[in-house]
Design a protein around this ligand. Structure first.
Ligand code: AN7
Length: 363
């Protein structure tokens, strides 16, 4: 789904800032280089003087931000001689793992919670030819099993506990600073395992420390804000959740893997975690599509839904610049999208009069 053909992938583009060698052969699908879209209509609708941007990660090759980390994790796995990778996933990691494994000519094993991943993600993962293992349990069960099995079999884990995933994903923060000419005041993200908020914080921090002593580059760090679905909100509750639930299946995670690092990002940046109800997530997903022409999946809308709530309350003050990461493409989850569209298509006979009536009825 990438739109930027001149961008040759994050390893080539950011080699000097990544743990890579000259000799390395990137396993790439041209990930990264995603648009940062300034919202025009929503700030007006909410009546606030804010600069609000979305980083549209749904335009990566497999339709989510996971590609940034997966290109590096799979490149390294291949370099180290691995012939198979494994992950637990709520859907997007499995799609990315499957695609990059296909590209590298190695095998991907993915553990997914039965019946709880969006249709598009399942379709992708099967098409790319991964070995799909559905478990009668949730993501957290899958993650526990992956860790256990990886100790006993010759497979490389490519969940975000693999440090190369975080290294690859930090490049999104570099892009935002380059696109805006500096860091935003606030950066809002949906949080599941908390790998991504950890990665962004690493990216912003590295860029900011590099620009010290270079007066021409003004880069500081944003305040990091993480939003969770109300039924899967361990960072808000302050402890693990054993039976997470949410319509945003991508972030249906109760035992986050990057627990300590995410708290560090929150503390160091002066940010916070909050939760968003499912109906609010869906309302904002539709609002964004309808008013800006940007279609993201439900989990991604949690970032904007949370931000709008905090803008409304004044916790995020007027005149702030805010970036919300839209982590995945709306096409990933067609079932949830169609279910919430109250205006369904009309069906008519293939005749001019019938078309005219259908149009006039709606003007
Ligand atoms: C669209 O695919 O964990 O806080 O297994 O797919 O870094 O976990 C997905 C996570 C946000 C949360 N938005 O990111 C998986 C998986 C979307 C996602 C998250 C995910 P993290």
């Amino acid at each position: 789904m990438s739109t930027n053909n001149s961008f040759s992938g994050i390893i080539d583009h950011y080699a000097s800032r990544l743990p890579v060698s000259e000799a390395m052969k990137p396993v790439s699908l041209g990930e990264g280089g995603t648009p940062l879209i300034k919202l025009r209509n929503i700030p007006r609708l909410v009546g606030k003087d804010i600069e609000l941007y979305v980083k549209y990660e749904g335009l990566n090759p497999t339709g989510s931000f996971k590609d940034r980390g997966m290109t590096l994790a799979v490149t390294k796995a291949v370099e180290e001689g691995s012939e198979a990778i494994i992950c637990a996933s709520t859907g997007n990691t499995s799609a990315a793992a499957a695609a990059y494994a296909a590209r590298a000519g190695i095998t991907a094993f993915v553990l997914i919670p039965e019946g709880k991943i969006a249709l598009g993600k399942l379709a992708q993962t099967l098409m790319y030819g991964a070995v799909v293992i559905q478990i009668r349990g949730n993501f957290d069960d899958g993650m526990r099993l992956v860790k256990e099995v990886a100790g006993k079999a010759p497979v490389t884990i490519v969940n975000s506990i693999n440090p190369y995933r975080i290294e690859g994903q930090k490049t999104a923060a570099f892009e935002i600073v380059d696109q805006l000419g500096g860091a935003p005041d606030f950066h809002c993200l949906p949080v599941g395992n908390a790998g991504n908020i950890t990665a962004y914080w690493k990216g912003y921090s590295e860029y900011a420390s590099e620009s010290q002593g270079h007066p021409s580059v003004t880069s500081s760090c944003p305040i990091m804000v993480g939003y969770q679905a109300a039924g899967s909100a361990p960072f808000v509750i302050g402890g693990m959740v054993d039976h997470p639930e949410t319509v945003a299946t991508a972030i249906r995670i109760g035992h986050p893997q990057s627990w300590d690092l995410a708290w560090l990002a929150q503390k160091e940046s002066g940010g916070w975690f909050d939760k968003v109800e499912d109906d609010e997530i869906l309302r904002v997903q539709k609002m964004l599509a309808e008013n800006e022409g940007v279609f993201c999946e439900p989990a991604s809308a949690a970032s904007l839904a949370g931000a709008l709530h905090d803008i409304e309350s004044g916790k995020i003050p007027e005149e702030s610049s805010i970036v919300c990461t839209l982590t995945g493409n709306g096409l990933k989850d067609p079932d949830t999208a169609i279910k919430q569209c109250h205006i369904q298509p009309v069906t008519i006979e293939p005749e001019l009069d019938a078309v005219k009536r259908a149009i006039l009825d709606r003007l």
